[in-house]
Design a protein around this ligand. Structure first.
Ligand code: GDP
Ligand code: ZN
Length: 458
């Protein structure tokens, strides 16, 4: 059980920067209501009922001037996002008055919130666990509806419940082991060993199941790194343009982060593709000619999926052969383009039929089939998985792997006839690692680092 701790009162603008019709300044902490009340002209906020919205004005306490017309929500603990008293000031006057209101609140003793600090408090006050807090971040960054759904399920606590149950199972067996050790007069060794073994196998199976979802989850979260390669003039730019249109382009603006490289995402039937080195494709044709295959090679090594475009109206060239060769071991789709022209390309048995899609990007023929193929590559894995739960977060994946190592050590130890107390240590380690996933056993610096990745005002 977690008790609610008292922290200082924090404030931040929690709507995205830029011009919007309404911006929200948020306060959380013991003095949230009192702090807002010092600037508010309208009903006495300290007396209004919780979860009410109150119309009024924010005045500058120095000169009594109206700063903005506002609607103020008063939300009293514990039924709030942070489980603390919260106030949300809905401002109407654009970014200048919004900033001014924030400054005035800081002048009244509130502290500017760090990025993610509202969610951090929700965690520290026991309202959410780490997997749920992380899903808030994932929601902000979600690139497709599917990625969003995974994040929503996690926010709902599905992963938390599963992990908590597994830890409970481990705890029960550890307790039982203790009891057995305390009564050495009964010869319980074999029974204890058997119990540990069964439990470790059961938890390991669940952990494995979760880990199997990891690659799909990672794709949903980070996008499937995809390279469009091919020699000049085969239709790469045309394919790229097709992918970037039709409402497929994904906005990648992650508030609060700066990126040196603009990454481009497209959404193909719910599968986010992160396009690698598309800048090279957009360059002028002669430049592409110069960079040619060398650049493609680099993109190929970085990619999880290759779209190799060939001009089917021409016989295979040495460059085509080189690219076919370079991509042979990768997950690839060979796009035989320009099918509207007489086909003069002969692939022989160089490419498995399942990897081929025939298109004419200019007429649009075969383009839908290409999308289907991409989506199928991704979905095949998902349909086989038992759980709708998906782990997508590299921190969570790392900890699951460590838990797996410990559980495997338990089984190996039992197999090798190791003493129970040594086996117990590995079982406890698994319990710890699973606890770090939900934050029940997470070290402080990890928590600080994790929440600092959030946007301001979240
Ligand atoms: P890239 O150099 O590989 O990027 O090729 P582009 O996309 O710039 O296309 C080169 C030329 O081929 C352009 O004139 C395109 O209009 C043309 N092209 C692209 N796809 C097709 C196609 O399916 N059929 C035909 N006939 N021409 C195409
Ligand atoms: Zn081009």
């Amino acid at each position: 059980a977690t008790t609610i701790t008292e922290y200082d009162t924090i404030a931040a603008i929690s709507t995205p920067p830029g011009e919007g019709a309404i911006s929200i300044v948020r306060l959380s902490g013991e003095n949230a209501v009192q702090t807002a009340e010092t600037l508010f002209k309208g009903k006495d906020l300290t007396k209004v009922a919780s979860h009410t919205i109150n119309y009024g004005h924010i005045l500058d306490p120095d000169d009594g001037q109206v700063v903005d017309e506002v609607m103020v929500s008063v939300l009293r603990a514990p039924k709030t996002y942070t489980r603390e008293d919260m106030v949300e000031i809905n401002c109407h006057g654009g970014i200048v008055p919004t900033n001014r209101i924030l400054q005035l609140l800081l002048g009244q003793g509130a502290r500017l919130a760090e990025p993610g600090e509202f969610t951090k408090r929700a965690f520290l006050n026991g309202r959410v666990d780490l997997t749920q807090a992380e899903s808030v971040m994932d929601l902000i960054r979600a690139k497709t509806d599917r990625a969003m759904q995974v994040a929503v399920d996690q926010l709902d606590g599905d992963l938390r419940r599963l992990i908590t149950n597994l830890r409970q199972e481990i705890l029960e067996v550890l307790a039982q082991v203790e009891v057995n050790i305390d009564y050495p007069e009964y010869d319980t060794d074999q029974m204890t060993t058997q119990m540990l073994k069964e439990k470790a196998e059961m938890v390991l199976a669940k952990v494995d199941e979760l880990l199997q979802t990891a690659s799909q989850g990672k794709v949903l979260r980070e996008g499937l790194a995809t390279a469009i390669v091919g020699r000049p003039n085969v239709g790469k730019s045309s394919l790229l343009n097709h992918m970037l249109h039709e409402d497929k382009a994904i906005v990648t603006d992650v508030a609060g982060t700066t990126r040196d490289v603009l990454e481009e995402y497209v959404n193909v039937r719910g599968v986010p593709l992160k396009l690698i080195d598309t800048a090279g494709i957009r360059d002028t044709e002669d430049k592409v000619e110069k960079i040619g295959v060398a650049r493609s090679r680099k993109a190929i090594t970085q990619a999880d999926l290759i779209l190799l475009v060939l001009d089917a109206s021409q016989p295979l060239t040495p460059e085509d052969l080189e690219l076919l060769d370079a991509t042979a071991d990768k997950q690839r789709i060979v796009v035989l383009n320009k099918q509207d022209l007489p086909v003069r390309m002969e692939l022989g048995d160089r490419v498995d039929a399942s990897q081929i899609v025939r298109t004419s990007i200019t007429t649009g023929a075969g383009v839908a089939a290409l999308d289907t193929k991409i989506a199928d590559l991704f979905n095949d894995g998902i349909e086989n998985s038992q759980t709708t739960l998906m782990v997508s977060n590299s921190r969570q994946i790392g900890l699951l792997r460590q838990a797996k190592v410990s559980l495997q050590a338990v089984l190996d130890g039992i197999q090798a006839g190791m003493p129970i107390d040594l086996v117990q240590i590995d079982m406890t380690a698994a319990w710890d690692k699973l606890g770090e996933i939900t934050g029940d056993a997470a070290p402080d610096e990890l928590i600080t680092q994790l929440f600092s990745q959030f946007c301001l005002g979240k």
